[in-house]
Unconditional design. Structure first.
Length: 149
């Protein structure tokens, strides 16, 4: 059964050690713990510190989040759930707007763990072509092709 991969990138308003980002940094572990225990959560990219804030393939000020979920409903439930939504409401204090899409979803085979190269390819495709079955957004979600993923 296909699973749903998601990447989101965000341009930091300041370095992570800046006082204005303290609420974001202080909530990384609790919000990640909510994700890790959420129904439908499968996996997320993390370093030894429990998050992926040190991985910066898009540049020094852009952080990444890459995860896999069992389905769209599970991801939506987490994204719009109380804990994560509280952080989303504060995003303008922590991040600067991105001129292009910064979130991409795609279907993967069960057990597959995408890397940042694959995720970048999907995001680049979304930015070039718009939402397709290959790369899409939560608002333009595509159901999996059960014969492909």
């Amino acid at each position: 059964m296909p699973q749903l991969a998601q990447l989101n990138i965000a341009r930091l308003a300041h370095e992570l050690d800046h006082p204005d980002l303290r609420p974001f940094v202080d909530n990384l572990e609790p919000v990640n713990a909510v994700a890790d225990s959420a129904p439908g959560f499968v996996w997320r990219l993390e370093e030894d510190n429990g998050n992926a804030t040190g991985l910066r393939p898009w540049g020094r000020m852009i952080i990444v989040n890459l995860s896999v979920w069992t389905d769209l409903a599970s991801l939506r439930s987490y994204v719009y759930g109380a804990e994560h939504a509280a952080m989303l409401r504060q995003r303008r204090a922590f991040f600067t707007p991105m001129p292009q899409d910064s979130v991409v979803l795609w279907w993967v085979a069960e057990g597959h763990r995408p890397d940042l190269h694959e995720a970048k390819e999907r995001l680049d495709h979304l930015r070039r072509e718009g939402p397709t079955a290959y790369a899409f957004t939560l608002s333009d979600a595509v159901e999996p092709d059960l014969g492909e993923a």
